[in-house]
Structure formats: structure tokens, C-alpha cells
Write a protein that binds this ligand. Structure first.
Ligand code: FAD
Ligand code: 2HG
Ligand code: ZN
Length: 474
């Protein structure tokens, strides 16, 4: 009997029968990621119902030398929430800890358990006339704990920032079972090191986040959304400046998509249509929002687009009229990730470069990839207002899946070497997980890696919190 199997009775006693999953059929969905790209094994999934139960589970696992893999909505794209293949790790799901504890309207904060689904938190904020602005394609399943642990970004970062910018306080259970009660709702707190930021983006390698205090904003009462056809990425970068100069921080989203990305959605998603009669090389989805009901945002967009046409930055444009059209435009953008999965393996590269370098980055990397794999389909899209491209690759039409997958590492090098040559980052918003762990050794400053290892050793000396994720061996 393995140490994990011997531990099961104690885990059952800690979380109750409803909190322990051992049935093979019920375990299945916890052991594979959303894309089916990472698979693992586990003797059990524990589903604690409270912070005290999380603490007891971590104490038991520490004493037995059993590793723990925290899991929220399991929508992560880097394999961080999936256990390894040994079958000896325990998955700790936050799925039963979904309560909204408190909404403090005057303090503009909401306090929630880590397993609360992002959309539930958005809805709770909206019900109180407030906005919780993080916005992701996966918001119907992704949890607050998971979005904090990956420092998620999404489509409203331009205005509101990433999860790191949206959190004021955390409650965390450390690997030895101690609870850090850092659930403060303070906008100013200079009492030494700001420890919460260690756990944000740590992908569950330093402890289990059990609750968070998040910032709220005034509700948005008007919105204007445009779909703009562009000659290329350089026009996109100039268009951002045109719109920002007019709209200031009412510019909430600026997403860009290559024609290839949109073609995949048109081919595979239901009920979508191309807003224009002609295909164009690139597109931008531009969104302005305001707290005033009649802020004249459509007029601001029209002025910006007028200037864009005069300067040959835009080839065509439509401003959405009504919420159905807004949703239809966003469906073209949000459908890309799923549509690409229908075209065989999707080799994902979630990179950032300075916004000003986006055009040269795309040109140089496209060229290098076409030389390596003639006919390769580059599915480049994303949050260009943040300098963040999802520079994903699909195989040439009619070629073999496995042969393409076999070249994943070589093609990743092409993309990441190019990213590094623009002083960019090999992970903009999805994290490292297992997908990019070994690449960190090559692309991260050795001193930064050394400091990260020091933090890990301090908080998790036994190496039992999500081992094998984020930090390369060595
Ligand atoms: P999981 O996938 O369960 O876990 C992710 C990582 O966090 C793992 O390492 C896990 O161990 C750790 N973790 C989870 N919960 C905790 C906790 N309570 N304490 C400590 N560690 C924990 N991401 C973006 O940034 N921007 C996007 O626009 C975006 N769009 C997406 C669209 C789609 C269709 C999909 C499938 C994913 C998208 N993602 C995006 C990625 C993903 O949704 C995010 O990474 C999300 O933050 C993960 O949340 P989760 O609850 O599913 O976490
Ligand atoms: C998005 O912006 C997500 O749509 C997912 O971050 C990106 O699937 C991807 O590569
Ligand atoms: Zn994204």
C-alpha cells in the first residue's frame, strides 16, 4: 500500500465522506486539463468544505510526505492543476468553497472563498451596482483561487489590470497546515513585505489560497464596441494610440486577431458570421466603457475611426448597435481558442513584448516559422493593448498531427527566441505550470530563479506543494 493509500482514512475523517473522491469515474475529470493536453493519476481528490479542513488536509499530507496539487476550475492552459503520472499525489479541489462572505460597498470590496467561480463574483458585484472587472473566456468555470494563482489577465487588463492589481488581501494555508490570515481590505498597508504577492502567480506551489478580498469598481452604464478591419499589426498599434488619445481610460479593451484566427471561428463555431463582405488581413475589437449612461462613446469611437480611415489605419469598420451585436462581435474573438482545437494540435505561445515591438515581432516570427514549416498556420491574436499575443500554431492543411506535435519544442524555441530578442516574456498571463517549466532555465535571469527557489524552500521545505510545477529541476 502506498503512503497515499494509507492516508485515505485520515483524509476521509478530515473532510467527511462527501469531501473525498476515490471512484475512478468521478476522478476522471480532475486528472486531465481542459484541452486534454495534460493527463495524470491520483488515488484521491479531496474536496474540503472550509479553511480548517484545508489546513487539516495539508497537515496530514505533510506528515505522510504526500504531495498536494491544488485545483480550482481546471481551466488552466499550462498543466499546473493536473497531478503527475505517479498516482501518489492528492488533488485538493476548492470546488466546495464557493461562498461570497461579504460585499462592503463603502470600501468597494468583496470577500470570497477561493473556489467561487469568477462569473458568480461578477454577478454578485453587479447585483450591488458594482463591477468586478476581470473578464476571461473561461469565466463560467475559472475560480478566484485559480485566477489568483495564475495572475490571470483577460480582456479588461488595459483598464483594470490583472488579478494582482485586483486583490487586496488573501487567506492562505501554508504547506505545513498553518493559516495566514491576510484577509485585509486595505488600499494602503506598508507594513513590510507585501506577502500576498508571493502567492499570486505562484500556481499553487507555495500554499493553498482559501479566500480573497477583491477590489470593486463602479458599474459600467454605457459601452461602445467596434470591429475594425486592419492592414496589419502596425496599424493596430497606431490605432490604440488614436483611440487612447480620445477616450483616455474609457478604453477598456483592445483585442487584435489575424484573419487566420477569425477564419477558424467562422469555420467551427455555431451562429457566427463575418461582419464584412471581404476578408481582411487583421482585425481589432475595440471597446470603450463609462459609468455615465449617456457618455457619447459611439461618437468618440466614430471620431477615432474617422481619423484611422484618413491615415489608412482602418480598411473597414462597424460599431455595434445593441447588445446582441456586441455579443456577436465578442463571440468572434472569444471563440478562437476552442475553434483552433478543431484544427488538430494547437501549439500555444502566450507571450508579451512591448506594444511598440508587436509589428516587428509578428513579421520576424512569422517569417522564421514559415521557413521552418512551409504552410504552417499562425493563429496570432490577443490582448495587444497589453503587448500580449497568443501566438499559437496549427499544422499545415492535410499534414499529420503527430508529426506536427513532434516539432513542438523546436517551434517553441523559434517563438521564444524571437520573444527574448524583443526583451519580452515567454509567459504573459497563463503561467508556467509544466508546459514551460524547463524553458524557465533558459529564458529567466539566473538570479531571479535563485531567489524563487529560496522562497520555495522557505515556504515549502519538504517540496510537497504542487511539485514539478513552475520551477525547473536543479
Ligand atoms: P486551475 O486551472 O484549476 O488551476 C490553475 C493553477 O492554479 C494550477 O497551478 C493550480 O494548482 C493553481 N490553483 C488553483 N486554485 C488554487 C488555489 N485556491 N490556491 C493555490 N493554487 C491554486 N487566462 C488568462 O489569463 N486570460 C484569458 O483571457 C484566458 N482565457 C481563457 C479562455 C479559455 C477558453 C480557457 C480554457 C482558459 C483561459 N485562460 C485565460 C486560462 C485560465 O482560465 C486561467 O488560467 C484561470 O486563471 C485558471 O483558473 P482555474 O480556477 O481554472 O484554475
Ligand atoms: C484568450 O485570450 C485566452 O482567449 C486563451 O487567454 C488563449 O487559448 C489560448 O491560447
Ligand atoms: Zn488571453
Amino acid at each position: 500500500m502506498t503512503a497515499t493509500e494509507s492516508l485515505l482514512p485520515a483524509l476521509r475523517a478530515a473532510v467527511g465522506p462527501a469531501g473525498l473522491v476515490t471512484d475512478a469515474d468521478q476522478l476522471r475529470s480532475y486528472l486531465v486539463d481542459w484541452r486534454g493536453a495534460y493527463r495524470g493519476a491520483a488515488a484521491a481528490v479531496v474536496r474540503p468544505g472550509s479553511t480548517e479542513e484545508v489546513a487539516e488536509v495539508l497537515r496530514l499530507c505533510r506528515d505522510a510526505g504526500v504531495a498536494v496539487v491544488p485545483q480550482g476550475g481546471n481551466t488552466g492552459l499550462c498543466g499546473g492543476a493536473v497531478p503527475d503520472a505517479s498516482g501518489r499525489q492528492v488533488v485538493l479541489s476548492l470546488g466546495r468553497m464557493r461562498r461570497v462572505h461579504e460585499l462592503d460597498a463603502a470600501n468597494q470590496t468583496i470577500t470570497v472563498e477561493a473556489g467561487a467561480v469568477l462569473q458568480t463574483v461578477q454577478e454578485a458585484a453587479a447585483a450591488a451596482g458594482r463591477l468586478f472587472p476581470l473578464s476571461l473566456g473561461s469565466e463560467g468555470s475559472a475560480t478566484i483561487g485559480g485566477t489568483l494563482a495564475t495572475n490571470a489577465g483577460g480582456t479588461a487588463v488595459l483598464r483594470y489590470g490583472t488579478m494582482r492589481d485586483l486583490v487586496l488581501g488573501l487567506e492562505v494555508v501554508l504547506p505545513d497546515g498553518r493559516v495566514w490570515h491576510g484577509l485585509r481590505g486595505l488600499r494602503k498597508d506598508n507594513t513590510g513585505y507585501d506577502l500576498k504577492h508571493l502567492f499570486v502567480g505562484a500556481e499553487g506551489t507555495l500554499g493553498v489560497i482559501t479566500a480573497a478580498v477583491l477590489k470593486l469598481f463602479p458599474a459600467v452604464r454605457s459601452r461602445a464596441t467596434a470591429w475594425v478591419a486592419l492592414p496589419g499589426p502596425a496599424a493596430a498599434v497606431e490605432l490604440i494610440e488614436v483611440v487612447r488619445a480620445l477616450a483616455g481610460d474609457r478604453l477598456t479593451g483592445f483585442e487584435v486577431m489575424s484573419r487566420q484566427s477569425v477564419e477558424f471561428v467562422l469555420a467551427h463555431a455555431a451562429g457566427v458570421r463575418d461582419p464584412f463582405a471581404q476578408p481582411h488581413p487583421w482585425y481589432a475589437l475595440v471597446e470603450l466603457s463609462d459609468t455615465l449612461p449617456d457618455a457619447g462613446l459611439a461618437e468618440v469611437l466614430e471620431t477615432g475611426l474617422g481619423e484611422a480611415f484618413e491615415r489608412d489605419l482602418a480598411l473597414d469598420a462597424v460599431i455595434a448597435s445593441g447588445s446582441a451585436q456586441v455579443a456577436a462581435l465578442w463571440a468572434l474573438r472569444e471563440g478562437i481558442s476552442e475553434a483552433q482545437n478543431s484544427e488538430g494540435p494547437s501549439l500555444k505561445h502566450d507571450v508579451t513584448v512591448p506594444v511598440s515591438s508587436i509589428p516587428d515581432f509578428v513579421e520576424r516570427t512569422d517569417r522564421a516559422l514559415a521557413a521552418a514549416v512551409p504552410g504552417i498556420r499562425v493563429v496570432a491574436y490577443g490582448h495587444v493593448g497589453d503587448g500580449n499575443l497568443h501566438y499559437n500554431l496549427s499544422k499545415p492543411v492535410g499534414s499529420d498531427d503527430d508529426a506536427f506535435r513532434a516539432r513542438a519544442d523546436e517551434l517553441a524555441r523559434v517563438v521564444y527566441d524571437s520573444t527574448a530578442s524583443f526583451a519580452g516574456s515567454i509567459s504573459a498571463e497563463h503561467g508556467i505550470g509544466v508546459a514551460k517549466r524547463d524553458l524557465l532555465a533558459d529564458y529567466e535571469d539566473p538570479l531571479e530563479l535563485e531567489l524563487m527557489r529560496g522562497v520555495k524552500a522557505l515556504l515549502d521545505p519538504a517540496g510537497l506543494m504542487n511539485p514539478g510545477k513552475v520551477l525547473p529541476a536543479g
